[in-house]
Ligand binder design. Structure first.
Ligand code: SF4
Ligand code: SF4
Length: 445
């Protein structure tokens, strides 16, 4: 049988998974951490500790600010030295809780062991409450609070839980290593989420460039019924929610609709692992697997990093920033963000640090559009990037909205295929931000 993939657009390219054979290493606990209160989509958490307080690992240090928000926990034990705004990776000022580390004392009730706990106890409601209290967010990068996604409105019934082990961004191998080294925990996390949602069907999707992960997860599912492990064709951006639902079910999420409108809920494998930890070990989200990679690094690695670790400390641990590296990206090369501040710290959504050379980041001079339509063929959302580019440059927001710029998932497929080297993603992203502002202002009236 042919491996599955989504129908519209997408690109195939060298995946540069050069860290895939590097086993997960425990990153040393840093001397100081700064933990951001803005680690999830929605309102930042409100700090609930003060300078001078002593905290333990797993203790709540930030509480949700409203419905779309989440808990934040201390990833270390020590003394709070400041609660203050600090620059994040892109330079935005965000409230952080800064802690000087002393020892590694876990809060009471957390089982910090590797023993696999298979028996899932408790009602759907109590499991959901544990997930909420553990501060879990979508760890594929979206950082949508997981407890909200697992509680769809009554009129929208979930039929299928899709676990996203696609990891289609080049270079990133954190999910691959997690599936290879912790398959039982990932599968148990999926079973917990299925119980919360009340669904009988779980599909775990893994791209064909991760055969070891596919085998490990397949073995871990043998003792259960109702879990399909599906091998996916390698294609970017298959990890996008809408693309994955299309690939697995053949259903398209209509423009303006939500994934749940197709009866599907998509959760990342790292989220699944975090759910297992929260429910079976009472362990909130305090660390994550992170790839540190790039051809200019002598040894690409995968680390388990405490949240709030300075990026500079991670770069020091891999031998410092190589002299060839001119750019550090948080995330993959397609959807990651350029790091403007190396003193910024890791977040729940930090899957990768990618170091790029001048040659890898060089932009070719832009030439006029030759109307080849390659960008339209590559767009997985069925948009016309060449047209959005023209309208964006003209500042015609009404026409941009008419042409559904709000559906753009900022995947960069258009830009990467353009033979005229037009910065399509940059122009479309700016146009989308302007149009979204207008749409939000209209909705408030
Ligand atoms: S960045 Fe937007 S316009 Fe370009 S291919 Fe992706 S979805 Fe389409
Ligand atoms: S790929 Fe580039 S050159 Fe071709 S139609 Fe699109 S914008 Fe024009």
């Amino acid at each position: 049988m042919k491996n599955k993939t989504f129908k519209m657009g997408g690109v195939h390219w060298d995946d540069h998974k050069i860290a895939k054979d590097a086993a997960i290493e425990q990153f040393p606990i840093p001397a100081k951490v700064a933990i951001s209160m803005a680690q999830h989509l929605g309102a930042p958490a409100t700090p609930c500790v003060e300078k001078g307080d002593r905290v333990k690992v797993g203790q709540v240090i930030g509480t949700p600010t409203g419905f779309m928000s989440g808990f934040v926990h201390s990833s270390v034990s020590g003394t709070v030295t400041a609660v203050e705004p600090r620059a994040d990776i892109v330079g935005n000022m965000v409230m952080h809780v800064c802690i000087d580390v002393e020892g590694d004392e876990f809060a009471e009730g957390i089982f910090n062991t590797d023993r696999i706990e298979r028996e899932i106890k408790g009602s759907a409601e109590s499991l959901l409450e544990k997930i909420k209290n553990a501060g879990i967010v979508g760890m594929g990068g979206a950082t949508f609070p997981t407890h909200i996604k697992l509680a769809p409105p009554r009129e929208k019934k979930a039929e299928c839980l899709i676990i996203n082990g696609v990891e289609c961004e080049p270079y990133v191998t954190a999910d691959d290593r997690l599936m290879r080294e912790h398959p039982h925990e990932v599968v148990l996390g999926a079973r917990i989420m299925a119980r919360v949602l009340g669904v009988e069907t779980i599909v775990i999707a893994i791209e064909e460039n991760k055969p070891e992960a596919f085998d490990a997860i397949s073995d871990a599912t043998l003792r259960y019924v109702g879990i399909d492990v599906v091998m996916m064709k390698k294609k970017y951006p298959q990890g996008g929610e809408k693309q994955l639902i299309d690939a697995i079910t053949g259903l398209r999420v209509p423009s303006g609709a939500l994934p749940i409108d197709t009866g599907c809920v998509v959760q990342n494998v790292a989220t699944s692992y975090a759910v297992y930890q929260a429910v079976q070990k009472n362990r909130p989200l305090i660390d994550r697997i992170m790839t540190v990679t790039g051809e200019c690094l002598p040894q690409p690695r995968n680390f388990r990093v405490r949240i709030g670790t300075p990026i500079s400390a991670i770069l020091d641990a891999v031998g410092g920033l190589p002299k060839e590296a001119v750019k550090v990206v948080s995330g993959g090369p397609m959807m990651g963000k350029s790091v403007a501040n190396l003193e910024a710290t890791t977040l729940k959504g930090s899957s990768c640090l990618l170091l790029l050379t001048a040659e890898q980041t060089a932009r070719q001079p832009e030439t006029p559009c030759i109307r080849c339509a390659k960008c339209s063929q590559a767009c997985p959302m069925g948009l016309e990037p060449w047209l959005l580019n023209r309208l964006g440059r003209a500042g015609d927001n009404a026409a941009l909205e008419e042409n559904r710029i709000y559906d753009c998932i900022e995947c960069g497929c258009c830009q990467s295929t353009c033979p005229a080297h037009i910065p399509l993603l940059d122009i479309v992203r700016t146009g989308k931000a302007d149009v979204m502002k207008i749409i939000r202002a209209r909705a408030k009236k």
